[in-house]
Write a protein that binds this ligand. Structure first.
Ligand code: NAP
Length: 312
């Protein structure tokens, strides 16, 4: 079996950028496109609308279109792409082993760019009404909520972005936040506050998603200042409370932090295993931007290239 120079796991901004750099450095990268987001490679940008803050695109660009461009650029320089989820890795000895489908692949170095995914509340009814009112992706499902009253949970940039976007369709959007004060950036807060279709409900926690067995009809909510429990009628619930890293398959192989993010050496993308590098949201719970993911994806490819050169 052929041993690859480098296998890149993941196909968001970090993975494709790592591939562009590795391919241009003649490392002949093999990249695995994650299929978990409904069979769509491209990571979380596939679930966004307009990306307005990626430099070089003054008019903005739709997230999915941007990922198509990243992919095309990676392929232009010879990246080979396999549309499969990696299900198992073995980093014990060289060459490293990666399993996808029923095949095993070997590589001298690995770049992990598996990103992060939306978190759920874990309350009764949430799972029952997923796809029937409950969603974590406004751009995927917002269209179905024309003229409806919907709720967004969270106080960060994601919640503000989802709320603003949903006002294109909804009659009214209520942002429920568990405390009084948003975590979102000033500009996103102001945009939401100025939007006449958005209302805020503070100090509010959702306890249960209510429904008629077919679709969601409301929420059981709790005010943590007054201890009041009440019912709030709503036909949609969008959850925007943050993300968790996609690192299950690396547990036991790479050092992870308390939240499950891959630990890398400072000023580097080197993980706890020599020859395994990581970039993008899977190492970053702080910045989590397309541009920072692309940046650390680039760093991972440069680190892998230098590490391979040192081995020879
Ligand atoms: P975040 O900043 O971590 O915010 C998560 C929000 O959800 C917080 O307000 C948090 O409340 C709340 N929350 C967490 N767990 C909860 C629970 N179990 N029940 C109820 N509420 C809960 O996450 P994010 O909004 O996804 O943003 C992540 C990063 O991506 C940030 O750096 C952000 O700037 C960036 N981002 C940027 C843009 C943009 O620039 N356009 C868009 C989206 C995201 P507390 O505040 O009380 O902790």
């Amino acid at each position: 079996m052929e041993t690859e120079n480098v296998i890149i796991i993941g196909s968001g901004p970090a993975g494709y950028t790592a591939a562009i750099y590795a391919a241009r450095a003649e490392m002949k990268p093999l990249l695995f496109e994650g299929q978990s987001l409904g069979g769509q490679p491209g990571g979380q940008l596939m679930l966004t609308t307009e990306v307005e803050n990626f430099p070089g695109f003054p008019e903005g660009m739709m997230g999915p279109e941007m990922m198509q461009q990243f992919k095309k650029q990676a392929e232009r320089f010879g990246t080979r792409i396999i549309p499969e989820d990696v299900t198992e890795v073995d980093f014990a000895v060289q060459p490293f082993k990666v399993k996808a489908g029923d095949k095993e692949f070997h590589a001298k170095s690995i770049i992990v760019c598996t990103g992060a995914q939306a978190m759920w509340l874990g309350i009764p009814g949430e799972g029952d009404y997923q796809g029937h009112g409950v969603s974590a992706c406004a751009t995927c499902d917002g269209f179905f909520f024309r003229d409806k009253e919907i709720v967004v949970i969270g106080g960060g940039d994601s919640a503000m972005e989802e709320a603003n976007f949903l006002t294109k369709f909804a009659k009214k959007v209520t942002v429920m936040h568990r405390r009084e004060g948003l975590r979102a950036s000033k500009i996103m807060q102001e945009r939401a506050m100025k939007n006449p279709k958005i209302e805020f409900l503070w100090n509010t926690e959702v306890r249960e998603v209510l429904g008629d067995g077919q679709k969601m009809t409301g929420l059981k909510i709790y005010n943590n200042q007054t201890n009041d429990v009440s019912e709030f009628p709503a036909e949609g619930l969008f959850i925007a409370i943050g993300h968790k890293p996609n690192t299950n398959i690396f547990n036991g192989w790479l050092e992870l932090d308390a939240k499950g993010y891959i630990v890398v050496k400072s000023d580097s993308t080197q993980t706890s295993v020599e020859g395994v590098f990581a970039g993008g949201d899977v190492i970053d719970h702080k910045y989590r931007q397309a541009i920072t993911a692309a940046g650390t994806g680039c760093m991972a490819a440069l680190d892998a290239e230098r590490w391979l050169a040192d081995q020879e």
